[in-house]
Design a protein around this ligand. Structure first.
Ligand code: RP5
Length: 160
């Protein structure tokens, strides 16, 4: 049983999506990875979405590029929270992916991160899990304190 599903429309999305997996690993959150294409393997995608909750998955991170229908279609077939990652392709700078993912009809939410923002998708999944896990919440607090310390250090160097 894993807490997070990290799925994508193609193996070509992995260089972007691997950042979500890395963020989860930093917090020792268990995850699974897989390719589920909304257009090339629609049946497989639906089976994944429909069975994820009963298998114990708590959050799904779904990345896709171009006509990026995977996050929305998965959200339509699961009760789990879905985080969408717009993957930038060769043309249109990822705006196509972003708009395909973010403009969901009312009733079927997808929490969309920035174009290529897979790391934030991983961190958002950690925060969702941390809502009911005090240990994870404490670690997220430490992580955020680390961000602040890093900025202060850079500020200090700049002033020297
Ligand atoms: C999308 O089509 C995938 O998510 C990927 O970003 C894009 C291109 O896929 P490939 O042609 O590289 O397999 O569905």
């Amino acid at each position: 049983m894993v807490d997070v599903g990290v799925i994508m429309g193609s193996d070509s999305d992995w260089p972007v999506m691997s950042e979500a997996a890395k963020a989860l690993a930093e917090f020792d959150v268990s995850y699974e990875v897989g390719v589920y294409s909304a257009h090339r393997t629609p049946g497989r995608m639906l089976s994944y979405a429909q069975s994820a909750a009963s298998r114990g998955v708590k959050v799904i991170i779904a990345g896709a590029g171009g006509a990026a229908h995977l996050p929305g279609m998965v959200a339509s077939a699961t009760v789990l929270p879905v985080i969408g990652v717009p993957v930038p392709l060769k043309y249109l700078d990822g705006m196509d992916s972003l708009l395909s993912i973010v403009q969901m009809p009312a009733g079927v939410p997808v929490a969309t991160v920035s174009i290529g923002g897979a790391r934030n998708a991983g961190l958002l999944a950690v925060r969702m899990l941390a809502a009911t896990d005090p240990g994870l919440q404490a670690r997220m607090g430490e992580f955020q304190a680390g961000l602040e310390a890093m900025v202060l250090e850079k500020d200090e160097k700049l002033r020297q």
